[in-house]
Design a protein around this ligand. Structure first.
Ligand code: RIB
Ligand code: CA
Length: 342
């Protein structure tokens, strides 16, 4: 009898050990090694709070900043602000390119405000920038990373990664995937009738990234304009009644006004946060692999993403193009993660 009990004890301990190892390795397997490149920017800050509140799935190596919505000094300050608000000063912030590869810089202060973050009061964050430029950080990190191990989320113009690829093309070895908020096909543009802001702000950079051959996913206006704020979802976020929800509420109430007016919509898109939701829960989204070409010629189609959705040209499929998403699922996930913050 004693031997039987001993065997059972041993079996139970082994089962417990196996289930613990499986759970840990499953969680570790799911964790994404991530660099977020960003031009905060109202929706960028929402995306950063979202990502920084999700450490189980996202091992954020660094935030790298670029000029875009506003000038580099303000996008870099706002990235440090988001980091401070999320209580994640463990994540370094590297400042990158102050201007696009070739075109004259454009900004979106009319949408994001002079400070790049309307709807909330900004201040000088306690923790400063990391030493060194974001482009050199990308080169050093990607050159020495394990093969295809690092995901890069780009929430603004693609200038930093393009500069790194031009200087050191072999950094592609370290890149697992690049997930970009940008472009437009079915939806039409938001800065010209055909161009979306991030692409319009630096189309040459987007061409460099496209031609590098990295695994590339686009979340364009086609999907971000289907995931719109609503009274109900803003109430859902406000009901959290923590600092993060008050910040996001203040930011979104101000930020979405422009799009709601321009498009006559009952709510506005939270463009960049869809990239984080895609990384956390890709099943919320649908799309297909397509051939994409960026138009960088001066003229009415400058910055346009030309998407061969029906594969008429039989050209190589160089990007996964997300064209739809579950709005309620997105806001439920965003709310759930904001609840984790102070
Ligand atoms: O067109 C929307 C994109 O342009 C977003 O990334 C927003 O932050 C602006 O950069
Ligand atoms: Ca942005």
């Amino acid at each position: 009898m004693y031997r039987y009990a001993q065997k059972l004890h041993h079996l139970l301990w082994s089962l417990l050990l196996v289930s613990l190892i499986t759970a840990t390795s499953a969680q570790a397997a799911e964790q994404i090694d991530l660099i977020i490149d960003t031009d905060p920017g109202a929706d960028d800050v929402v995306a950063l709070l979202f990502a920084l509140a999700s450490p189980q799935e996202l091992n954020i190596r660094a935030l790298t900043t670029v000029a875009g919505n506003v000038r580099l000094d303000k996008t870099s300050r706002n990235a440090r602000l988001a980091r401070e608000w999320a209580g994640r000063e463990d994540v370094p912030v590297y400042a990158g390119a102050p201007k696009p590869l070739m075109r004259t810089p454009i900004y979106a202060e009319d949408i994001h405000g002079k400070e790049g973050l309307s709807g909330v009061t900004v201040h000088e964050p306690k923790k400063g920038l990391a030493e060194g430029n974001a482009v050199n950080y990308l080169i050093d990190t990607l050159k020495t990373a394990k093969p295809h191990s690092i995901t890069i989320a780009i929430l603004g113009p693609q200038t930093n990664l393009a500069l790194a690829l031009i200087q050191e093309p072999e950094i592609v070895q370290g890149i697992k995937e690049v997930v970009v908020m940008g472009g437009a096909h079915f939806n039409g543009g938001n800065i010209t009738p055909v161009a979306e802001f991030n692409l319009f702000a630096d189309p040459q950079a987007a061409e460099v990234v496209l031609k590098s051959g990295v695994k590339l996913t686009y979340l364009p206006l086609d999907v971000t304009h289907k995931i719109l704020t609503s009274e109900a979802c803003l109430k859902q976020i406000a009901a959290l009644n923590n600092n993060a929800s008050k910040l996001v509420g203040g930011i979104l109430n101000e930020y979405v006004k422009g799009d709601m007016e321009h498009y006559g919509l009952s709510g506005g898109p939270v463009h960049d946060a869809t990239v984080i939701a895609y990384l956390l829960k890709p099943e919320l989204f649908t799309g297909r692999s397509v051939n994409v070409v960026v138009d960088s010629r001066e003229g009415p189609t400058f910055g346009q993403t030309i998407v061969d959705w029906h594969d008429g040209l039989k050209a190589p499929k160089n990007a996964f193009w997300v064209e739809s998403g579950d709005a309620q699922g997105f806001f439920d996930l965003l709310t759930q993660r904001l609840a984790r913050l102070k």
